[in-house]
Design a protein around this ligand. Structure first.
Ligand code: INI
Length: 156
């Protein structure tokens, strides 16, 4: 059996964008740090990493669409933090961010990862932003590196 899979390894010439929302920036700033750390540790070059900031997770898909339509990036890592409040707002924002990112990704067929936290509490978000449960920004960038590597092998 031939196994085709991506390695956690960059060539060093990849241009990557992180799209991050500012809302709940105490959390999203940590996710961005984690993603950047992962990119640099796996052979990425700082000058080839761009950070695109949007107001909230709802706006991530629109920015993702613009970025991918430029055709200048090898992959995009989407980061955000949607935290449940007292109203149904959480459900609308998290659903639109999730669906929107998936739709745009399918449209362009480019490597994109989903590092948008959707949590019931601030504590759960903190746990996933560099404390008890790791850093989902780091993990999201690791997933992106693997995808870029895999898509090269698939000739995409
Ligand atoms: N945006 C987030 O990224 N996280 C949230 O938790 C959040 N909540 O809960 O309101 C949130 N709202 C803002 C939304 O993403 C848009 O920026 C806003 O509605 C303007 O379009």
């Amino acid at each position: 059996m031939n196994i085709i899979e991506g390695k956690l390894q960059l060539m060093g010439d990849e241009r990557i964008a992180i799209v991050s929302s500012r809302f709940n920036h105490l959390i999203t700033d940590r996710l961005v740090e984690g993603a950047k750390d992962c990119f640099l540790r796996h052979g990425g070059r700082d000058e080839l990493l761009d950070l695109v900031l949007v107001p909230g997770a709802y706006e991530i898909p629109f920015a993702l669409q613009k970025i991918l339509s430029q055709g200048e990036y090898d992959g995009v890592c989407c980061l955000g933090a949607v935290i449940r409040g007292a109203t149904p707002h959480f459900d609308y924002v998290s659903a639109e961010a999730t669906k929107g990112i998936a739709n745009v990704t399918l449209k362009f067929g480019a490597p994109v990862t989903f590092g948008v936290l959707t949590t019931d509490t601030i504590e759960q978000a903190i746990e996933r932003a560099g404390t008890k449960v790791g850093n989902k920004g780091f993990e999201s960038m690791a997933g992106l590196i693997e995808l870029i590597n895999l898509y090269r092998k698939l000739g995409a």
